[in-house]
Design a protein around this ligand. Structure first.
Ligand code: NAD
Length: 504
């Protein structure tokens, strides 16, 4: 037996039971030590089909369950999540690497999505009109789609699944979730808690896996809709393949978020905000800020100096140790890729003001650690400007006017999030009105909408029409039906009418 074969196995969750036995698997690492700690099974087509069959079998009874009873399961589930928050957060830290405070924040934001789902019945009400014609009443109602699926990324392994399936199941659908194979355990624990809260077997199924599992979901005619969150090339693939197969698809992709710092900004406030937004979760957030566009050299000089001081005080180390601000990157491959981008930035002529490439943590020499990096003089033709790095690398750009800063942002491929730091209300209003980005902050670096609004970017950060979670998710996971009804009575009986019915 190889070392890897001796590791604990993360299986699938199908029909309310753990399912083992897929022939392929891969190691799951603790990034703080660089050691494989578990092995995750990679579902083949047959296992995915079993999960879809389980969801299909559970659908008729779940669809017929009163909405309030479906929502009540979410209320109980929310309590279980709160009771298990630390356990979930520890799993996140041990597989993703993020520091515990950040992991607890992720769990809390996920709980808020469950809280939204627990009162979503309010949004499932249709519209009714009496007497739209002689003795005729008409109404519209929101009906579930059937079996729907979610495919999620590594960077929020507990929260992003909770953006999707709680609302989907409260709407009356049944669900197949395919979490990231890099850190699969928290999604498994969370799903088991939902089962404990009373979600019937088959209403939520989890299959772990890679492209093979994803393709099996996309190819299956029983799956009516797919929600995806991940990188842009895969989002585009899922969107085109899913739509071609006649499914409803929302696919949220990558990002490269700019912060604009105006000359009148409160520089200390801006620097505090930028430190968290650039280096929180080691920069592995789709709403991270990897670019600061400073308007005027004075603002740029102040920001670079203050950021350099703040980086020197940052504590890097294992996420499980409470004192640390930033943990490791998720895998060795990802760490090498991020370091490669920093090498590339130097070659391209950006000025590397702080170089975190050689940071080592005593006792954790094999962990995937990297210190924060700060570039100055980043320009639009550089690869480090154009591409998503998804690591602790912050680039400063220098422009002369707000218009110039906004043109940069509006011309960029991505349009997930952005923010402006200023004391000038007119500039902020102009910015929020004309910027081509889906989520905008004013003196708020991570403008992630709360659970009762919806989340989504513009341009190549989102393929599809409806955003994730909140009210848009109710629309995504239901279809509208309009019903017009007459019960003929003697007084209202009419002969055959051949003209198009109207109220004239
Ligand atoms: P990823 O695209 O590599 O993986 C996402 C999911 O797709 C995973 O479940 C993975 O198994 C699957 N997948 C990977 N390769 C595939 C392939 N070739 N065919 C089919 N399926 C495939 O993304 P990631 O590295 O896990 O996550 C980071 C990315 O996600 C970043 O680009 C980040 O910006 C983005 N993200 C976006 C949002 C958002 O809301 N827009 C939120 C979180 C993360």
């Amino acid at each position: 037996m190889s070392e890897s074969e001796k590791l604990p196995v993360v299986g699938h969750w199908i029909d309310g039971k753990t399912v083992l036995g897929s022939p392929r698997s891969q190691d799951v690492f603790d990034p703080a030590v660089g050691v494989a700690t578990k092995r995750v099974l990679l579902a083949e087509k047959k296992t995915v089909e079993a999960a879809i069959a389980s969801a299909e079998k559970a659908y008729p009874a779940w669809r017929a369950t009163q909405p309030l009873k479906r929502a009540r399961v979410m209320s109980k589930f929310k309590t279980l999540l709160e009771q298990n928050a630390e356990k979930i957060a520890s799993l996140l830290t041990s597989e993703h690497g993020k520091v515990m405070g950040d992991a607890m924040g992720e769990v809390q934001r996920g709980i808020e999505n469950v809280e939204f789902a627990s009162y979503a019945t309010e949004l499932l009400k249709g519209e009714h009109s009496r007497n739209v014609g002689p003795g005729i009443d008409s109404w519209s109602e929101l009906q579930p789609l059937g079996v729907v699926a979610g495919i999620t990324p590594f960077n929020f392994p507990a929260m992003v699944p909770l953006w999707m399936w709680p609302t989907a199941v409260v709407c009356g659908n049944t669900f197949v979730l395919k979490p990231s194979e890099r850190d699969p355990s928290s999604a498994m624990l969370v799903s088991q808690l939902a089962f404990e809260a009373g979600l019937p077997p088959g209403v939520l199924n989890v299959v772990n896996g890679d492209k093979e599992a994803v393709d099996a979901i996309l190819d299956d005619r029983r799956v009516q809709a797919v929600s995806f969150v991940g990188s842009t090339p895969i989002a585009e693939y899922i969107y085109s393949k899913g739509c071609a197969a006649g499914k409803r698809v929302q696919a949220l992709g990558g990002a490269k978020n700019h912060a604009v710092v105006m000359p009148d900004a409160d520089m200390d406030n801006a620097v505090n905000a930028l430190m968290g937004a650039a280096f929180g979760s080691c920069g592995e957030r789709c709403m991270a800020i990897p670019l600061v566009v400073c308007v005027g050299d004075q603002a740029a000089d102040a920001i670079v100096a203050k950021l350099s001081d703040a980086i020197a005080k940052m504590k890097v180390g294992p996420g499980s140790e409470g004192k640390n601000d930033m943990g490791p990157l998720v895998t060795k491959q990802h760490m090498d890729k991020v370091r490669g981008y920093v090498d590339q930035g130097v070659k391209e002529g950006a000025k590397l003001v702080v170089d975190g490439r050689s940071t080592k943590i005593a006792g954790h020499e094999n962990g995937y650690f990297m210190g924060a990096c700060l570039f100055d003089d980043v320009t639009p033709e550089m690869v480090i400007y154009k591409e998503e790095i998804f690591g602790p690398v912050l680039g400063v750009m220098r422009v002369k006017t707000l218009e110039e800063a906004m043109k940069l942002i509006n011309d960029h491929e991505y349009g997930n999030g952005t923010c402006i730091f200023t004391r000038d209300g007119e500039a902020a209003r102009y910015f929020t009105d004309h910027i081509l980005v889906g989520m905008v902050g004013v003196n708020v670096p991570l403008p992630v909408p709360v659970a009762y609004h919806s989340f989504g970017g513009w341009k190549r950060s989102l393929f599809g029409d409806l955003h994730a979670y909140g009210p848009d998710s109710i629309r995504f996971y239901t279809k509208k039906k309009a019903i017009t009804q007459r019960w003929p009575s003697a007084g209202l009986r009419e002969g055959a009418i051949y003209s198009f019915p109207s109220t004239k």
